[in-house]
Design a binder for this molecule. Structure first.
Ligand SMILES: Cc1cc2nc3c(=O)[nH]c(=O)nc-3n(C[C@H](O)[C@H](O)[C@H](O)COP(=O)(O)O)c2cc1C
Length: 197
């Protein structure tokens, strides 16, 4: 059975993390449930040259190869009728890449006023993996407290901090050092970065 993964892209800088994650995931027989926030779309336009075309065509233009047995479902942020809105939708985890401080705050306070917040809220209550890639710098005490609260509730806080010990040469190499750790946590095999040692 295909793994079912919820992926969300928020309006924080670093849309490329979401794109590289989708590229790595869709190379496998997986079912992806993708939610992009309204601001997420705007930041995508600003940072990646997305121009409002169908998102799957955009991914293909970005070199994403979709496995024959993979399935990509895309939902609007206000679609509370989508599967990720319900605890009865059994899935293998959710990743928010990148995660804005606003979405982090909504998750930490349990305010589920869009599908991303709701799906994250459901992941926590159902004790399913929830991986957040919060992007901001520097971090205020409010951001830190929200990360602490989300982590206490069961989320994995994985700031997109690239590593340099594998001698990355390009931006994609750097981004992959982060995405490799996300895939490790989702228990999805990859060859993005060699295992240390
Ligand atoms: C170009 C751009 C970059 C942004 N970068 C960040 C960021 O790195 N982190 C952050 O928390 N918010 C950032 N923001 C602000 C968020 O987009 C804003 O707080 C928004 O309400 C987030 O909504 P969302 O979480 O529903 O996507 C950025 C906004 C723009 C336009």
């Amino acid at each position: 059975m295909n793994k079912k993964i919820i992926v969300a892209i928020c309006g924080a800088s670093g849309s490329i993390y979401g794109i590289r994650l989708l590229k790595a995931l869709l190379n496998n027989p997986v079912n992806i449930y993708l939610i992009i926030s309204n601001t997420g779309y705007k930041v995508l336009e600003h940072e990646t040259g997305y121009t409002g075309e169908s998102f799957s065509s955009f991914l293909k233009d970005k070199g994403v190869v979709i496995h024959n047995d993979a399935d990509l479902n895309i939902y609007e942020q206000d679609d509370f009728f989508a599967p990720p809105a319900s605890g009865s939708f059994k899935n293998d985890g959710m990743v928010i890449a990148p995660c804005s401080m606003k979405t982090l705050a909504s998750i930490a306070s349990g305010v589920a006023d869009n599908l991303i917040h709701r799906a994250a809220d459901v992941s926590l209550k159902e004790k399913r993996p929830l991986i957040l890639l919060p992007r901001e710098t520097p971090l205020s005490i409010i951001h830190l407290k929200n990360m602490y609260t989300a982590a206490k509730a069961g989320a994995t806080i994985m700031p997109p901090s690239p590593s340099f010990y594998c001698n990355p040469k390009t931006i994609s190499d750097l981004v992959d050092t982060v995405i490799a750790r996300v895939l490790d946590h989702l228990k999805i095999k990859h060859d993005l970065v060699k295992e240390w040692g």
